[in-house]
Design a protein around this ligand. Structure first.
Ligand SMILES: *Cc1c(COP(=O)(O)O)cnc(C)c1O
Length: 402
């Protein structure tokens, strides 16, 4: 996104504001969609990354489905125009009543617990098909917070319990149409994906009714210049090849599914903040901005790196800053960054803010959530208003007893 356009957005809508670029979302979607050669894939966008309904409508227009992790997300997806048949519901530790609600909405259910599978069988027998989330126990992904396939993970049914799954499945006559794995985020290595895939292929012999396999997500995007990113073409080629072989031995052509979140929207988002104060201490120069971990929690939560640029002073002399927020809590957005000289009032652009930025924002310190703007075909559109004071107490109940 062009800096002058970003500055215009900041002056029209104020800051802090999330800005998304529809062209970049489309580019990422197309790239992944085409990475598997002649093998057609089905992409279900993991909407927890960014769920503004305009973004959902845009991604729906590409022909994608969505992956939802809560009944509320399912409702948002339906509201944005997705058919229930395009929605995969992958819950973890939810009440069985929520799964029943999802079934009644007609979405596809991904089951990740033996007790839920039993309840599902009791309730529906073979009348509602399902998918099973397998935990292949491979260590994948950037760090232990975002790696969800390892032995201690709460996600999925262990690959070592396939015989148990099979017994429940046969007893209740459950139609298992899909096997799923999602081992975590930030996978760079095609071999990690392939190892997981091989384990699912082996497990598949226990499931005669398969229609698809879903290999989840975890495609890594670039955060720093020169970062190693997932080579989706290389992964695509390898997986397509191994999947073809598997289908031949399984005896039927199956569909190949993925559910990318970050890969689709991360790089399409920029978070614009304004510098309130420049503060020189004995050891550091801080650039203190009008936002913080309440709006972008990833640096504090995952130790994630977001590139930052001073777009107001692109030719200023480079100096070292720690960019910090205004929250009364550990609140660093970027340590020791070389930025063009920062002056109070400058606008900083924080990159890779499309995924898990707004969707993880909160009102801590009674701060209002930011606005969201979409740039589409050269024009910018407000897609979520900045919150107002009233949003802080809308659901409070006033007692008259004091
Ligand atoms: C979060 C999640 C994803 C998306 O992960 P990304 O790293 O954002 O691509 C996919 N599938 C499931 C089940 C998830 O929970």
């Amino acid at each position: 996104m062009d800096n002058s356009l970003l500055l215009e957005v900041a002056s029209v809508y104020g800051t802090p504001t999330y800005v998304y670029d529809s062209a970049k979302i489309k580019e990422q979607y197309d790239r992944l969609n085409n990475a598997f050669g002649t093998k057609k894939v089905k992409l279900h966008y993991a909407m927890k990354a960014l769920n503004n309904s305009n973004i959902l409508k845009l991604i729906h227009s590409f022909g994608a489905g969505v992956d939802a992790v809560s009944i509320e997300e399912i409702h948002l997806a339906i509201r944005a125009g997705f058919e229930s048949s395009q929605i995969m519901y992958t819950p973890n530790c939810v009440a069985f009543s929520e799964i029943k609600d999802a079934v009644s909405l007609g979405v596809y259910i991904n089951i990740d617990n033996l007790s839920i599978l039993e309840k599902f069988g009791n309730e529906y027998g073979n009348s509602v098909p399902c998918c099973i989330r397998i935990n292949p126990h491979i260590m994948a992904g950037g760090n232990s917070n975002i790696s969800v396939g390892h032995i201690d993970s709460k996600f999925g049914i262990s690959i070592h319990q396939v015989r148990h799954i099979e017994r429940i499945m046969k007893h209740h006559n459950i139609r298992v149409e899909g096997l799923h794995m999602h081992t975590g985020s930030d996978i760079i290595d095609a071999d990690v994906f392939l190892r997981g895939a091989e384990l699912l292929y082996e497990a598949a012999s226990h499931f005669p009714d398969l229609i698809f396999m879903d290999f989840g997500s975890g495609f890594k995007v670039g955060y720093r210049e020169g970062d190693i990113v997932t080579d989706v073409e290389s992964i695509g080629q390898k997986i397509a090849g191994s999947f073809e072989k598997f289908c031949t031995s399984y005896g039927r052509e199956l569909e190949l599914w993925f559910e990318p979140g970050k890969y689709i929207v991360s790089e399409a988002g920029v978070f614009l903040v304004e510098v309130n104060v420049v503060k020189q201490t004995t050891s550091t120069v801080f650039a203190g901005v009008n936002s913080g971990q309440n709006h972008l929690i990833r640096p504090m939560f995952y130790n994630s790196y977001h590139r930052i640029e001073n777009i107001s002073n692109p030719n200023g002399e480079k100096k070292l800053y720690s960019v910090v927020g205004y929250i009364c809590e550990s609140d660093t957005l970027g340590y020791d960054r070389l930025l063009n000289e920062v002056r109070e009032g400058d606008i900083l652009a924080i990159y890779n803010a499309g995924a898990y930025g707004f969707s993880m924002s909160n009102q801590y310190n009674a701060r209002l959530r930011p606005a969201e703007v979409l740039i589409h075909e050269g024009a910018y559109h407000l897609i979520r208003k900045r919150e107002e004071l009233e949003d802080l107490y809308r659901n409070e109940v006033q007692l008259d007893i004091f």
